[in-house]
Design a protein around this ligand. Structure first.
Ligand SMILES: C[S@@+](CC[C@H](N)C(=O)[O-])C[C@H]1O[C@@H](n2cnc3c(N)ncnc32)[C@H](O)[C@@H]1O
Length: 356
């Protein structure tokens, strides 16, 4: 069955203005568009609020947006107050940043960082349009490994609170042209900053099997690392689908469910490698105590065990050296309600620390 987008909701010519160029109405099979590019209603939340509300109610994330995770818990930890300074190291769609920014007023400032040159300007523009000028919202695109330099550039001698919400935003996952998701065919890229480093496709083509096996084991605990590495290393795999097909072909004895798990782990391991995520996180964790003012708070959301292990160990080491006065005893998890409403929150783990 083929459906057409509701022409009444398509951009129309305005009376008194020259007619807009004729555009074919969108065509797609089924009731709703499936392709990211066609989801024009979800990607324009101000105009199509009803559609966006419906998508949210179904437990999905509207295309081109991101739902912030564990907001209540993070606000309790960071406890933003008027006049304070905050750094959001992973600005993404700005969901957490907006909640913090409003509580810092009057007189407070938030420094927003993100490595992604595609989404960062869109988020900056959205927050500026909401009235946050450069007196309250300072933007710096870059890797959070460079947090100390970002603070110096902003003229700050530390922050009262720091947030890092690791991993990918929904905008990055859902955009097929970024190559992050197996669910959407696209170029096998996976770079948060496509202007730097090499794509996942280039990495696979150049890497030796032994190195790839270690990478799959270290970055994603892949149990079939050696078999997969032998089958993948040196291959020219240009798309996300080509990689998924190659993983399946390398593991013919497994059930479909187990092969899907391996595909997910291979994607995760490659993404971590392409973006050098563990080096960035280690540098960030090393710099953290010095970047906080005395009494400063930090909250870090992680999404897999490799990240959480690093955060836990770094916090424990800093506490032993009395650089942190208190750290999370236990990891915090999203409530069952949040996991139900936003399945993308399911694997989130939150840790916090407070500087002496
Ligand atoms: C889960 S999203 C953040 C979502 C955000 N908290 C919100 O409410 O919209 C993670 C973001 O971190 C960014 N990121 C990941 N690693 C980074 C790094 N090392 N330095 C800077 N940004 C990074 C990604 O580009 C992505 O935009």
């Amino acid at each position: 069955m083929s459906a057409q987008a509701d022409s009444a909701q398509q951009p129309q010519s305005q009376p008194g203005l020259p007619p807009t160029a004729h555009r074919r109405r969108l065509r797609y099979s089924g009731k709703n568009p499936r392709r990211f590019e066609d989801k024009y209603k979800e990607r324009d939340p101000e105009r199509y609020s009803k559609t966006v509300a419906k998508v949210l109610a179904s437990g999905k994330t509207p295309a081109g947006t991101h739902r912030p995770i564990m907001v209540k818990e993070i606000l309790e930890i960071l406890d933003p107050k008027p006049g304070e300074t905050a750094v959001d190291c992973t600005l993404g769609y700005g969901g957490h940043a907006l909640e913090i920014l409003s509580r810092l007023q009057p007189g407070g400032k938030l420094l927003g960082m993100d490595a992604d040159p595609i989404e960062f300007p869109k988020t900056e523009a959205r927050l500026r349009a909401m009235g946050y000028g450069s007196d309250t919202f300072v933007c710096r695109r870059g890797n959070f490994a460079g947090l100390p330099q970002a603070l110096v550039a902003a003229g700050w001698d530390g922050a009262d609170m720091i947030l890092a919400d690791l991993g990918l935003s929904s905008m990055q996952i859902d955009d097929p042209s970024r190559g992050f998701s197996v669910k959407r065919e696209g170029p096998l890229d996976m770079r948060m900053n496509p202007g730097r480093g090499q794509s996942a496709s280039a990495l696979i083509e150049k890497i030796e099997a032994k190195t790839l096996a270690a990478l799959l084991a270290d970055n994603a605990d892949e149990p079939y690392a050696a078999e997969l590495a032998a089958a993948l290393a040196g291959r020219s795999l240009q798309t996300t689908t080509a990689l998924a097909v190659a993983v399946c072909a390398a593991l013919p004895r497994l059930t479909r469910e187990d092969r899907d798990l391996s595909i997910r782990r291979v994607f995760q391991a490659l993404r971590i490698a392409v973006n050098d995520e563990f080096s960035a996180l280690d540098a960030f964790l090393r710099n953290l105590p010095a970047c906080l003012k005395s009494g400063g708070r930090v909250a870090i959301l992680t999404f897999h065990s490799g990240e959480d292990r690093r955060v836990k160990k770094a916090f424990q080491a800093a506490a032993r050296e009395s650089l942190f006065a208190a750290i999370a005893e236990e990891v915090l998890r999203p409530s069952p309600e949040e996991r139900h409403d936003n399945p993308r929150s399911a694997s989130a783990k939150l840790r916090w620390a407070r500087k002496a």
